[in-house]
Design a protein around this ligand. Structure first.
Ligand SMILES: O=C(O)CCC(=O)C(=O)O
Ligand SMILES: [Fe+2]
Length: 344
């Protein structure tokens, strides 16, 4: 007999999170709690990100990817000091035999070069090296700021959902290694077999995603892939490894992938993290007293996962220039993978 599992992804109206009345906020929190623990994925409507910002970020991405390859490579992530910039097709490897068919531009939370965290060489942190495209920086930064603010609102909702003080997470993300990725899946009439992006869980607390075409698929407990096409006016939110860790598995970092699509597709995930040195461990209410979820600094987890998936970082490890932090988890050890028997 198969367990009861989800076959569709719910839409949660989060307008109540902005209400003065705590009962309204609590109602949304209850819906978040249900979706985060049963599914790990949901759409949100009723957010306050202006449509204009969304139009602008789409424009900025189109402008960037329309450039010649050599131009894009001037911002190659492998040449950046803090793991940001252009990610060409084939750079990221989730599954050795099936490389992803996509290119990306990775933008970080802007941390000035003279900030102590950057000065001390914290991985993943630093200023962005913006492309010289008129308006790009302004459009991308405005979208980043608005969606990051939405992340702060959602994190308050999650705090309530976890039975904590609403403001429990307010101070944990001052200069986080949170990325906004602009991902471009090029038009490809041929490719039937290449994944757009291989199956994985996200490494951070949660992700806020905007996509313009279908293709995203979410793994349920029966090992079935459930479609999560875009719904106008909404974002897709999914639980990442670190919220699964905080709840010792009560919230699930659900695995997902992007199937190969003929259509050109753009997507913009913002990965909401805490500050690099913030230690994540099961919250007292969820502690089970076993070793399944061992405390980890969120930044170390993110950096270690990147080191196992980016070709340029794998090459640096092979050359002995960098090494995995101690007690690194292998990729894909969170989420439903183990339950379903599905391999990434
Ligand atoms: O493109 C998408 O819809 C999903 C992208 C994704 O899962 C990721 O970048 O982690
Ligand atoms: Fe993802």
């Amino acid at each position: 007999m198969t367990e009861e599992t989800f076959t569709s992804i719910p839409v949660i109206d989060i307008a109540g999170l902005y209400a003065d009345d705590k009962a309204e906020r609590q109602k949304v929190a209850a819906a978040l709690q249900h979706a985060a623990s049963k599914i790990g994925f949901f759409y949100i409507s009723g957010h306050r990100v202006a449509p204009e910002l969304i139009g602008n970020v789409r424009e900025a991405a189109k402008d960037f990817f329309a450039q010649p390859f050599e131009r894009k490579m001037e911002r190659y992530i492998g040449a950046s000091a803090s793991h940001k910039g252009f990610v060409p097709e084939g750079e990221e490897i989730y599954n050795k035999s099936r490389p992803d068919h996509k290119e990306a531009f990775d933008i970080g939370f802007e941390v000035p070069a003279d900030h102590p965290l950057v000065q001390s060489g914290t991985p993943l942190l630093g200023p962005n090296d913006w492309p010289e495209i008129p308006g790009f920086r302004e459009k991308a930064s405005a979208y980043y700021a608005a969606v990051f603010d939405l992340g702060r609102v959602l994190f308050r909702g999650f705090a309530l959902a976890l039975g904590l003080d609403e403001n429990a997470f307010d101070d944990v993300a001052q200069f986080p290694p949170s990325k906004l990725r602009m991902i471009h899946y090029p038009y490809d009439g041929e490719a039937q077999d290449a994944p757009g992006i291989g199956a994985h869980t996200d490494y951070e607390c949660f992700t806020i995603l905007l996509a313009d075409k279908p293709g995203l698929e979410v793994l349920n407990d029966n090992g079935e892939w459930i479609d999560a096409p875009p719904i106008p006016g909404t974002f897709v939110v999914n639980i990442g490894d670190m919220l699964e860790m905080m709840t010792a598995g009560a919230f699930v970092a659900t695995a997902h992938r992007v199937r190969s699509v003929k259509e050109e597709r753009y997507s913009f995930p913002l990965f909401y993290a805490c500050d690099y040195h913030h230690e994540i461990r099961p919250l007292p209410a969820f502690e089970k007293g076993d070793t399944e979820y061992e405390a980890v600094k969120i930044g170390d987890h993110m950096w270690a996962q990147a080191m196992q998936t980016y070709s340029y970082l794998i090459a640096k490890r092979e050359r002995g220039e960098i090494a995995l932090p101690e007690d690194t988890r292998r990729t894909n050890t969170f989420g439903h993978f183990s339950k379903t028997g599905v391999t990434p």
